[in-house]
Design a protein around this ligand. Structure first.
Ligand SMILES: Cc1cc2nc3c(=O)[nH]c(=O)nc-3n(C[C@H](O)[C@H](O)[C@H](O)COP(=O)(O)OP(=O)(O)OC[C@H]3O[C@@H](n4cnc5c(N)ncnc54)[C@H](O)[C@@H]3O)c2cc1C
Length: 414
């Protein structure tokens, strides 16, 4: 591992830093720095609008979607340059949250399977944030096992007619387009009868219903499809080959979720340095110090695991399924850290507004953490990936893999 920039990387870093210093929306820097996992609030401003304006400014100057080809709105940068940009963008990068799915998953899927004309039409406004995209995969009974989905697409002339329901669709309520995985052949085994499309979220028959979360926010939705018409030209990949298309999306999902791992440790460390308990500063308490030491070790393990992935990128290698380790360890850690911070706050820990300690930073973390442990693959699924693909242990038992989908027992469900 070599953590030093090469001369070329150092030059790129300097150029990125200079542009960010001159152009970033500095009036929001403090608030963005303070905003924790799960909540970005900007006083007197609409986060969506601020995020879109920053993305457009980056795109106009050639700093959006760095790793995408220039023809599609990117910069044609190397993966390591993308990492350097993220390091330099710092707190302003939090404004990219609403674009992660579009840039990290939908864009790469379009790039691999859409026609050249479609790529030139749809990708630049996706890169610049003018259009937001969502990922319509999970259903009420198809999450970890997404190949078990039931939303049907039936061919009628040059169109497909879609009926069914998706759930947990992040950002569907402000999305312009989505990529949609459907079942087109229920007589084939579950992975073999699927087809992928992209669609305009304003199409007649698409109904988006926001889900209210414990935090009071609504970040994701149920999406219902009633006789939604999608032209065959918007099919991605071959009919019944949607699983292969979905694998491209899911591989990119793991890469973008694994890329940045928040642990909550720096925030907790700072908090303990300032918090006065009955008998002195929290940082001087033996129990607090012992907990902090354990988390410091874990945070440092994560840091070096992530640096190892960055070092691989720098050498032109692709990070492997080891990225799952970051998501698994950090997801659990952030939940433990937030719970501990609320314990330290005592009775004040129940407050959850601007009057709470650090404006409710740890409360927001605690309420978001379970979602972090589920999205993009649950803890158990991450463990399966690590067991099978990193450690080479025997595969999970998949009893229904080769059965025709319509013969899989459903306990009476249609
Ligand atoms: C914050 C958030 C955002 C999301 N955004 C999107 C989105 O934009 N688009 C989208 O399509 N989906 C999205 N999802 C859905 C997400 O992909 C699914 O929730 C996830 O894959 C888990 O599926 P599930 O909820 O159906 O749980 P299930 O798959 O039903 O799992 C239930 C439990 O069983 C365990 N389990 C399941 N299979 C196995 C196994 N083989 N071995 C061991 N244990 C197992 C799980 O770990 C879990 O504990 C989002 C979810 C969250 C929380």
């Amino acid at each position: 591992m070599n953590f030093e920039d090469t001369p070329q990387e150092a030059a790129f870093r300097a150029e990125a830093r200079a542009w960010i210093t001159a152009n970033a929306p500095k009036q929001y820097e403090d608030e963005l720095r303070k905003s924790s996992l799960g909540r970005t609030r900007l006083e007197g401003a609409n986060v969506l609008e601020v995020a879109k304006a920053w993305q457009k400014k980056k795109a106009d100057a050639g700093w959006a979607c760095l790793h995408w080809p220039k023809d599609y709105g990117g910069r044609g940068s190397s993966p390591i340059e993308r990492v350097i940009w993220q390091q330099e963008e710092g707190a302003f990068g939090k404004l990219s949250a609403m674009f992660i799915i579009g840039h990290g998953m939908c864009g790469p899927t379009m790039m691999a399977f859409a026609s050249e004309e479609q790529k030139r039409h749809y990708l630049p406004p996706l890169a610049s944030g003018e259009n937001v995209w969502c990922q319509l995969f999970s259903e009420p009974s198809a999450g970890s096992d997404v190949a078990g989905l039931r939303t049907r697409a039936e061919k009628r002339g040059d169109d497909w007619i879609v009926n069914g329901q998706k759930i947990w669709t992040s950002g569907a309520h402000y999305s312009d387009y989505g990529i949609l995985l459907t079942r087109t052949d229920p007589t084939a085994p579950k992975h073999k009868g699927l087809t992928m499309f992209f669609l305009d979220m304003k199409s007649p028959g698409v109904e988006v219903r926001p889900i209210k979360q414990a935090s009071g926010q609504s970040d994701f939705n149920e999406v219902y499809f009633s006789d939604v018409k999608i032209p065959d030209a918007q099919r991605l990949g071959n009919v019944n080959d949607g699983w292969n298309v979905a694998l491209t999306t899911l591989m990119n999902e793991r890469m973008s979720i694994g890329a940045g791992v928040a642990t909550g440790f720096p925030e907790l460390f700072e908090f303990c340095n300032n918090l006065m308990l009955e008998d002195g500063l929290a940082i001087d308490d033996r129990n607090v110090r012992s907990k902090l030491a354990n988390w410091a070790v874990r945070a440092s393990g994560l840091k070096y695991t992530s640096l190892r992935a960055i070092s691989a990128l720098s050498k032109g290698e692709r990070p492997g399924p080891e990225n799952s380790i970051g998501k698994l360890v950090a997801g659990a850690m952030i939940q433990e850290v937030a719970m501990f911070a609320l314990d330290l706050e005592g009775a004040a820990g129940v407050l959850n507004g601007p009057e709470a300690e650090l404006a409710g930073k740890f409360q927001a973390m605690l309420l978001r953490a379970p979602g972090t442990r589920v999205e993009g693959g649950t803890d158990e699924i991450m463990r399966n990936i690590i067991a099978e693909r990193v450690l080479g242990l025997p595969g999970d038992v998949r009893v229904d893999k080769d059965l025709p989908f319509n013969q899989i027992p459903t306990k009476g469900r249609a």
